[in-house]
Design a protein around this ligand. Structure first.
Ligand code: ZN
Length: 448
């Protein structure tokens, strides 16, 4: 079969009927230069979301994928970075505690649960800007929200922090958000308290969510993540940034929409009154409000508050727009060229500058093989063309979570070399060779 075309047809069928069919191609295109370190982390032929075996290309949902699911390239990258001296936290009913009574709010740990943020966290949008984000999708309620966003021409001005396990169950809903212009970002695979997880579990939570988003968006690499429950510390930040190039995005106001129906202190009217107070109040700093796309209450809350944003002259933008960055690590937005690539963490660029190491071939193979290993009937989707690409630096010294005391911010501020240029290449899939020329996103007709 012609795999990319079949996927393109699927994407078109799931897009809005409000727009005429266009030659837009999503699934068949792959935009990462083959010698880029991010390509090394996520390359493979994307599975078809309409395939009944789609889920078999990923670890099961709602469980942290096991270490055995981790591509060697991810583990190599973890081993190549230095982590701050922060231990795995004790959950303590949502208020994590640390070994030896360390203060979670000090600069070493810097837990957002205790209101600590770093200079690299994206928290306060510019004055007059309200950054819109919805967490926990895609869900059965998402289409209702998406219809409202389209009716109001703001579908491309919102960020969706999506849960990998929910994408696994609703891949076409996720693609509909993307196809209407929505900015897609990471909300982990299983929505756990991230500071309570091992370094390897964090790899799985970030990496597999990025993989499934990348697979369903034509190879775009997410650049933003939001910690579930706001539970993030410097160890988690270091892995998010240093291994995966993710920017951490907490919030500066919590709508409490998630608590309606669970906590009697929160009702539709109380949440809406709080939203109105913020929206009619100071515009300095801008607003980044925690909201969700999980049920009729959360959607109703936004539908109530959006007209207030307009009438109070807020500039409504997604998270990337609000903070002035690209939407993805290798793409300016959903439609533009994917030429620009910037990877946080010096070790990432170091890997790209290093000639192919002995681990590169095995890393390339294990990326796909480990995905296939989660099922008994999913054929390997190993990209033969990619097998010789430059690999992660396997010779980097191993570092444990407690061995180094390098601050997160120094790691996060070290920007990798920008990668530019997209080289056409062909790939093979399960024995059937399909050659294609990469089409620049910039040449594809926008549906918006
Ligand atoms: Zn959440």
């Amino acid at each position: 079969m012609i795999y990319p075309l079949a996927l393109a047809a699927a994407v078109l069928s799931s897009s809005s009927l409000a727009h005429p069919p266009s030659p837009r191609i999503v699934q068949g295109d792959w935009f990462q230069p083959r010698d880029s370190p991010v390509h090394e982390l996520f390359k493979r032929d994307p599975p078809n979301p309409n395939d009944p075996n789609f889920q078999n290309s990923y670890p099961p949902g709602w469980a942290t994928p096991p270490v055995s699911s981790l591509p060697q390239s991810w583990l190599n990258k973890l081993a190549s970075i230095q982590l701050p001296n922060v231990s795995v936290s004790n959950p303590n009913n949502g208020y994590p505690t640390y070994a030896d009574g360390e203060s979670p709010s000090d600069s070493t740990i810097c837990s957002f649960t205790y209101q600590c943020t770093t200079s690299t966290d994206l928290v306060n949008p510019p004055d007059g800007v309200i950054a819109i984000s919805f967490d926990d999708g895609p869900t059965d309620e998402s289409p209702t929200l998406y219809a409202y966003l389209q009716e109001n021409n703001i579908a491309s001005h919102v960020t969706h922090f999506m849960i990998g396990s929910n994408i696994l169950s609703n891949p076409l809903t996720m693609q509909s958000a993307f196809n209407m212009g929505g900015h897609i970002a990471v909300h982990t695979w299983t929505h756990l308290y991230m500071t309570t997880l091992s370094n390897e579990a964090l790899l799985a939570e970030f990496g597999w969510t990025m993989q499934i988003i990348s697979d369903l968006t034509g190879g775009r690499i997410p650049m933003y993540w939001r910690p579930p429950y706001g539970d993030v510390d410097n160890r988690v930040r270091a892995i998010a940034s240093g291994v995966f190039g993710l920017k951490t995005v907490p919030w500066n106001q919590d709508s409490g929409d998630w608590a309606i129906g669970h906590d009697p202190a929160y009702t539709n009217s109380s949440v809406q009154a709080q939203m109105e107070q913020w929206i009619t109040g100071s515009k300095s700093p801008g607003l980044l409000i925690l909201e969700h796309e999980t049920n009729p209450n959360t959607v109703a809350n936004f539908e109530y508050s959006y007209p207030l944003m307009k009438s109070n002259d807020w500039k409504v933008e997604n998270v990337a727009e609000a903070f002035g960055f690209d939407w993805y690590q290798n793409s300016a937005n959903n439609n533009g060229s994917a030429a620009a690539m910037s990877v946080a963490g010096g070790s990432v660029s170091g890997a790209s500058a290093t000639s192919s190491s002995t681990s590169s071939s095995s890393a390339a193979s294990s990326t796909s093989a480990s995905a296939a290993s989660t099922t008994s009937d999913s054929g390997p989707s190993i990209s033969a063309a990619a097998a010789g690409a430059g690999g992660a630096n396997g010779s980097a010294s191993k570092s444990s979570g407690a061995s180094a005391s390098v601050g997160t911010e120094s790691a996060a501020k070290t920007s990798g070399a920008a990668m530019r240029g997209v080289a056409p290449f062909s790939y093979s899939q399960a024995g059937a060779v399909a050659s294609m020329v990469i089409v620049s996103l910039g040449t594809i007709v926008s549906m918006l």
